[in-house]
Design a protein around this ligand. Structure first.
Ligand SMILES: [Cu+2]
Length: 419
């Protein structure tokens, strides 16, 4: 493969990033200082979990210190890697080290059990820019849970944060006690309290979970959200194909088999799923000065996190580089589980350059709800599955971003590197 020069892409990414960081730390934001809560000190030593700054800067009305910003460059907080997060599926059988989990049978049903905490912490959202987050298991977005349709998802939740929290799942939930809202069941959990949520994994699709304490927008915006993927059960699809299509016509035997094959490709327990390159992207945003508007946008928390940093142009990114495109094999089918956790802005969007894709709204159908589109919108908490085929594209960088231009310039702009 001929070497590809990415230097201009790297330069533009760097300039955008510098402009973003300057807008957050420069003179223009001085007037916002009365409510500075999220800005940290750029260029300081690593600040991650357990940082003393986490507690110091998390009050809304703090007269926080102004960012003594330094060089814009590499992320220093390596506790969260957006590239690892893309494919960090917690299935009970395997997942992330910071998510204790197990899978077992109980009364003939598969139980996928997870231990969740809520903690106050500091995350890095752009080089040198910190945000005082409230986070499930210390990370934003929260861990991705993955189960198969019909399984029981059991989440042992302990609130170790300073505010009262819950976990509310966007699932078809038959027991109101398990809805994770202040009005039902255990209500909100105060500091130190625990509750075990039990949710049936249904319907198949891409779902969302978030804290439902009041004020709602703050509890979500601070970082308490994540994705639940419910894989379709191919045998159930074979028996009830009608439930998985947005199509009123006849279901022929061929069509039924096609749906079953599609369900296998979505189910992590089937070999067919290995042929698909799957990723989770949560569109999120950060109001760094707590004025009710966002200053930073991203997919998976880091502004320009999948942008272009230092490279030799042959796909060899500088060691330790966390800012780099998402490298994909052009011969693999690409599937993105996408959800929108953006607060304060009513919609977000996903747009691909030089490429069209199929979209499955909420991921609850096995046939696309939008075919051959290059932009989709999601309102708050909406989610869906994007499927992309780059097999006829030349190697190189292909941009994707929110098509709200403002969001793109403030961080929600990234690249696939097709190889
Ligand atoms: Cu909360």
């Amino acid at each position: 493969m001929p070497s590809i020069d990415y230097s201009s892409a790297a330069d533009v990414t760097k300039r955008l990033e510098e402009r973003l960081v300057e807008s957050l730390t420069g003179e223009t934001s001085v007037s916002r200082r009365t409510v500075l809560g999220g800005l940290g000190v750029a260029g300081s030593a690593a600040v991650g979990l357990g940082s003393s700054r986490a507690a110091a800067s998390s009050d809304h009305d703090d007269e926080g210190e102004h960012g003594n910003f330094g060089a814009v460059g590499e992320y220093r907080d390596l506790d969260f890697d957006p590239h690892e997060f893309l494919t960090a599926f917690n299935t009970g059988e395997s997942g992330q080290d910071n998510v204790p989990q197990q899978v077992y049978e109980e009364d003939g049903q598969t139980v996928r059990e997870f231990e969740f905490t809520a903690v106050d912490t500091t995350i890095t959202i752009a080089p040198g820019i910190e945000f005082s987050a409230w986070a499930y298991n210390g990370q934003v977005p929260g861990p991705t849970i993955r189960a198969v349709e019909g399984d029981l998802i059991r989440v042992k939740f302990t609130n170790l944060g300073r505010h009262a929290h819950t976990i509310h799942p966007h699932l078809k939930n038959l027991n109101p006690r398990m809805d994770g809202i202040p009005q039902n069941g255990p209500g909100v959990l105060d500091t130190g309290e625990s509750f075990t949520y039990e949710w049936l994994a249904q319907p198949a699709g891409t779902h969302f979970y978030h804290c439902h304490s009041l004020p709602l927008k703050e509890h979500i915006h601070r970082g308490l959200y994540g994705t639940i993927i419910v894989d379709p059960d191919p045998e159930r699809v074979r028996e009830n194909p009608r439930e998985y299509v947005n199509y009123p016509g006849p279901i022929t035997d061929d069509f039924r088999e096609q749906l079953v094959e599609e369900a296998k490709s979505r189910n992590h327990e089937y070999a067919e799923n290995d042929a698909v390159n799957e990723m989770v992207m949560v569109m999120n945003s950060f109001d760094t000065n707590f004025d009710g508007g966002n200053e930073v946008y991203a997919a998976n928390t880091r502004a320009f996190g999948y942008g272009v940093g230092d490279t030799d142009g042959n796909g060899n990114w500088t060691a330790g580089e966390t800012k780099r495109p998402i490298q994909i094999d052009k011969n693999e089918r690409q599937r993105v589980y996408l959800s929108n956790a953006t607060e304060f802005d009513l919609i977000n969007s996903f747009h691909t350059h030089s490429q069209f894709f199929d979209y499955y709204d909420h991921g609850t159908t096995l046939t696309p709800t939008n075919k051959t589109v290059d932009t989709i919108m999601q309102c708050q908490a909406q989610r869906g599955i994007i499927e992309i085929d780059y097999s006829d594209h030349e190697p190189g960088l292909y941009m994707f971003h929110a098509h709200q231009s403002e969001f793109a310039e403030l961080g929600w702009m990234s690249f696939f590197e097709v190889v």
